[in-house]
Write a protein that binds this ligand. Structure first.
Ligand code: AMP
Ligand code: MG
Length: 412
């Protein structure tokens, strides 16, 4: 049995970021840039109006007030998207909409609320300095600026920025292809009849969902039966994957052949068994050069092991710098006892009360109790050496929900 930290390091050291590919920006969400994006032009490309109102010469407005308005002649109405052919003269105004380019001769915008239309003329009630309510060319992005660096994760704002620069394609790290193979004679497919002695294959689906959540591509293989021949046949279908994920068959049972597959010639076994609960029977190796993580079969164990070892590896392959989940400190709301010397990952609901993080167990912690995983938004980590953690003691909690806001209980 090796410690969790060592297991994680030994897995991560075997993966590198995948090569680049060009993708359209519709497919780029969550991907990591392999290129520097440089602005080919200014954004905005021209000085334009920040308001719906009137383009004026600021010098015309000296002394303007509600009591002593300045009257200007309205010579044109300019929507966004059009350039005025007129050069504004003293005593003139152009009705202008937000985003329209500033006409020649104008140097300030008066918002419509500070005016009153009077036939062909407009009364202006305020004095304004030059460039008031005017958006300058290049105030967002300047031509030649490095707008996005290599390694940036593309979120919706970055995608919008790429579009505004005229970039419909970008270069990003490839998505890892992950073959997912459930093993077990007891397993039937999700929509097949549940015959006596059988259970439904849940793991392929939870693992595929976890894989998709990371941005990687799950390749679903058919269930492998607990024979070497069937396992071998199914594993042969995974040759094109960057990583093979199996569930089950790595424990001490008479029909646990995944482990044996890693011990055959042409395969490698880097380690087996990690000092954790759930998730002890984890095997890591390779088959015909493709890395294989053999996850335990119990539904919660396979998910927790994925969280600890597989998710960081997938994120590393996708080029992410931040590959680990956020860990916060929280007080346990009940005593927690354990007898073994393994690191425990305990399913909890994390919430904040009066500024204090509280972690409450979601119920039964058996490695087959998937419903208590479904209720959890975090895993509290109980150290190997501990046997009793008392109510109110502070423990690290790994957040499972990346959208989880720690201030959710507060008003803003
Ligand atoms: P194993 O490690 O193969 O002995 O599996 C451990 C436990 O997990 C057994 O009770 C299995 O029935 C259960 N199990 C294994 N694979 C799956 C799966 N794909 N979906 C749901 N339960 C599973
Ligand atoms: Mg099995």
């Amino acid at each position: 049995m090796i410690p969790v930290k060592d297991a994680r390091e030994r897995i991560l050291e075997r993966f590198l970021a995948l090569p680049a590919e060009r993708v359209d920006i519709f497919s780029a969400l969550g991907r990591v840039l392999t290129e520097e994006v440089i602005a080919p032009f200014d954004i905005p490309p021209h000085d334009n109006s920040a308001m719906d109102g009137y383009a004026v010469r600021s010098a015309d407005l000296h002394g303007a007030s509600p009591e002593t308005p300045v009257m200007l002649r309205v010579v044109e109405a300019l929507p966004a998207g059009y350039v005025s052919a007129h050069t504004l003269q003293t005593g003139e105004a152009i009705r202008i909409m937000t985003g329209a380019p500033i006409p020649d001769g104008a140097d300030a915008i008066i918002r419509v609320e500070d005016t009153q239309k009077d036939g062909e003329r407009v009364a202006i009630f305020v004095e304004r300095p030059p460039r008031f309510d005017l958006r300058s060319a290049g105030e967002d992005v300047r031509r030649g600026d490095v707008v996005l660096e290599k390694g940036r994760t593309l979120r919706p704002a970055e995608i919008g920025l790429l579009a505004s620069l005229g970039r419909s394609f970008v270069s990003v790290h490839q998505r890892p292809r992950m073959a997912i193979l459930a093993t077990g004679d007891e397993l039937v497919e999700v929509d097949a009849p549940l015959l006596p002695g059988k259970i439904i294959n849940a793991n392929s689906y939870s693992l595929a969902a976890l894989t998709l959540e990371c941005g990687a591509i799950p390749l679903m293989l058919d269930i492998a039966r607990d024979t070497k021949a069937d396992l071998e046949g199914k594993l042969a279908q995974a040759a094109r994957a960057d990583l093979i994920l199996t569930s089950g068959g790595v424990s001490m049972g008479d029909f646990d052949f995944v482990k044996e597959m890693l011990q055959q010639s042409g395969s490698e076994m880097h380690f087996w068994q990690v000092c954790m609960k759930p998730g002890k029977p984890l095997a890591f190796g390779s088959i015909a050069g493709t890395p294989l993580v053999g996850l335990p079969g119990n539904p919660v164990s396979s998910m927790v092991s994925f969280e600890m070892f597989v998710r960081p590896a997938l994120l590393k392959m996708m080029g992410h710098a931040q590959i680990f989940r956020t860990v916060v400190s929280a007080q346990l709301t009940s005593d927690y006892r354990k007898r073994d010397e393994r690191k425990h990952f305990v399913r909890v609901v994390l919430c904040q009360q009066e500024g204090v993080n509280l972690a409450t167990l979601t119920g039964e912690q058996g490695s087959g109790i998937l419903s208590s995983m479904a209720k959890a938004n975090g895993l509290a980590v109980i150290d190997e050496s501990r046997q009793l953690v008392r109510t109110g003691e502070t423990v690290p909690v790994m957040l499972l929900d990346s959208s989880l806001s720690m201030s959710a209980e507060r008003e803003f």
